[in-house]
Design a protein. Structure first.
Length: 622
């Protein structure tokens, strides 16, 4: 026996030895929450003795009772609380209404440019969508609208309009507005016979692509990008995509490579494509990773004409229609498209491949530049493409001929280096990129024979610009000088050199070598001979943030301002100095001062920030 929950009648005993039904003592059609908490199965009645209290009813905002059983009394229930919307953007202040599904959650109700309905713009120091703070911009990507798409090897992909953050390949298309939001080359025509208030082609009616779970928001539909961990079910799957750990997941859809992933992702550069997702017909995307787009099928009327007996034809055929070749049972709207020179699945396109960026070559689908992949053999090797295992994309090898930097390995640029090839652009790595041969690096950089990285120098004679004449062990040109000595405060010397480094390079996006300071055998701090300058920016903060030490040492006011900024002396300032391992005196006691535009490990609000790094010159890379 066993059986499910019985009807909504009250009390009662068991029938056939099964479990007793849940009671509905007040006979309002909702079972007692102590027995059945599932509102979807007519449970969840928080007061089964009062017919005026149950799920699904309107909240009475005047009686101080939770009439709708949502766990909120009227003074906190969004149905009753008239929350402020000071910026008139349609989203109520988060302090009053935190429910983003009920038009709340606005984390800045003074700005219409911030609310949960907007897309996050990277690097603008603003939490545009009120979800996870500002998102740092991507390196090696020219991205004017800061949506992650643009020109360069580090971008998520190319952008068809880099002036609008709402236009990119992951965006939802709005029909009939003359704008190509999802960058597929055309605006979407609004379907006939479809009630679709938000114009995303999903709604109610035979002409709709599919049902829509929220017909007031074009970014919520079965084909939308579900942003993980934001509490909103954008793709109508019935749940928000979970944030996962131990998963290499470039597109943030919880599918990728690793033990923590839900499953392997067939396209880890597009969150609208993964297993367990609903396949949307006719959108040109293999939404569910099961082998291509699904052709939209329409059920005809009248007598069925089906010559080849595959269930598809003209009229009221069992499986619908139309059948584009009714003399071949292997050609119909449910067939899988293969590389054979014909339109197998009747979608008017011949030999289309299932994954983004693939091309049909010698009877097989292979990846072109940017196509998703798992191994090298899935990419067009004849074009110099390999599968980048970090990106899970087909990218050109370093040194391969190219037309676009976005086709190169991350960190590389598509440019002309006359000493390597005077006629064609190739993918050349920039500073810090991996290399094996001189022509793996761009015009300005050298392939370090030991580090196998593109660097500015590996001998002093390479450094002949800006009076920086010495080459550090990490391949960065810098100025060489001595610090310390009898009666000299070496710490002040280092601090003023840090200020000069910040002043010179704080607006640049490249690692820059500032100084190689050789410490004297007599290294002194504040006139006392010591064995080392102890490390740690936090340890120095107390001393430096009381400027009398700096003032008494004769440090200029401008330098004091920069030093206090670097060491986070303001109330809300962050430390932008990395004072590494203790600096020892002696012949091997060189101190390197380096400007790093994105020093990792600083934590909130971003994983990396600009910093002046001071440490022993024993590192081989920066």
């Amino acid at each position: 026996g066993g059986g499910g929950t019985a009807g909504v009648s009250g009390g009662g005993g068991t029938a056939g030895g099964g479990a007793p039904p849940c009671p509905d003592f007040d006979q309002d059609g909702w079972q007692d929450a102590h027995c059945n908490r599932d509102v979807a199965r007519r449970g969840g009645d928080c007061d089964d003795q009062d017919v005026a209290i149950h799920p699904g009813r309107d909240e009475n905002c005047d009686n101080g009772i939770d009439n709708d059983c949502n766990g909120l009394l009227p003074d906190r229930d969004p149905a009753c609380v008239r929350c402020a919307d000071l910026d008139q953007d349609g989203w109520q202040d988060i302090a009053c209404n935190a429910d983003i599904n009920n038009r709340g959650g606005d984390c800045d109700d003074q700005s219409a440019n911030v609310n949960p309905g907007l897309n996050e713009i990277c690097g603008n120091f603003r939490d545009d969508d009120c979800q996870n703070g500002d998102v740092p911009c991507i390196a090696n990507c020219t991205d004017a609208d800061m949506d992650g798409f643009g020109v360069g090897s580090g971008c998520r992909g190319p952008d068809c309009d880099d002036t609008k953050a709402s236009v990119h390949p992951w965006a939802s298309e709005i029909c009939g507005d003359g704008v190509d939001q999802d960058c597929n080359g055309q605006d979407l025509a609004c379907p006939d016979d479809c009630t679709d208030r938000d114009k995303d082609s999903f709604g109610v009616g035979d002409g709709c692509v599919d049902l829509d779970c929220d017909d007031s928001n074009p970014n919520i539909n079965p084909g939308a990008w579900d942003i993980a961990g934001d509490g909103v079910d954008q793709d109508c799957s019935g749940r928000d995509t979970a944030l996962v750990q131990n998963c290499m997941d470039r597109d943030g859809d919880a599918y990728g490579e690793g033990a923590g992933c839900l499953q392997v992702d067939c396209d880890d550069a597009n969150p609208r494509i993964h297993r367990d997702r609903r396949e949307v017909c006719g959108n040109g995307i293999d939404d569910d990773c099961l082998g291509g787009d699904m052709t939209c099928i329409h059920q005809g009327t009248g007598e069925c004409t089906d010559v080849d007996g595959d269930g598809f034809g003209v009229g009221g055929c069992p499986l619908g229609g139309p059948d584009c070749d009714d003399n071949d049972a292997d050609v119909n709207p449910s067939a899988r498209e293969v590389c054979n020179g014909r339109d197998d699945n009747c979608n008017t396109i011949t030999d289309e491949c299932p994954l983004r960026g693939q091309v049909c070559d010698n009877g097989a689908c292979v990846g072109g530049p940017g196509a998703p992949c798992q191994a090298d053999n899935e990419c067009a090797s004849s074009e110099g493409l390999i599968c980048n295992q970090q990106l899970r994309e087909c990218r050109l090898e370093n040194g391969a001929a190219c037309e676009d930097s976005g086709h190169c390995q991350p960190g590389a640029a598509c440019e002309l280096v006359s000493s390597c090839d005077p006629a064609l652009n190739h993918c050349y790595q920039t500073r810090g990129g991996p290399c094996q041969a001189p022509c793996d690096c761009g015009d300005e950089w050298l392939c370090h024979t030991d580090l196998h990285l593109c660097v500015a120098c590996f001998e002093d004679f390479h450094c002949n610009r800006d009076a920086r004449t010495s080459c550090s062990s990490g391949g960065i040109c810098a100025t060489r000088a001595e610090v310390g000595g009898a009666g000299v405060d070496a710490q002040i010397q280092i601090l003023t050199r840090m200020a000069a480094c910040w002043r010179l390079f704080a607006e640049t996006n490249e690692i820059e070598g500032c100084d190689i300071l050789v410490t004297d055998a007599t290294l002194e701090v504040e006139g006392e001979a010591v064995a080392q300058i102890d490390g740690g920016a936090e340890a120095l903060q107390t001393l430096l943030c009381e400027s009398s030490y700096l003032t008494d040492a004769g440090v200029s006011g401008d330098d004091i301002t920069i030093i206090e900024e670097l060491f986070g002396c303001g109330l809300f300032d962050l430390i932008n100095a990395y004072w590494g391992v203790p600096v020892a005196a002696g012949a091997d006691g060189a101190v390197c001062i380096t400007y790093v535009p994105a020093m990792p490990g600083f934590g909130w609000p971003d994983d990396a920030r600009p910093a002046v790094v001071v440490e022993r010159c024993t590192r081989t890379t920066f």
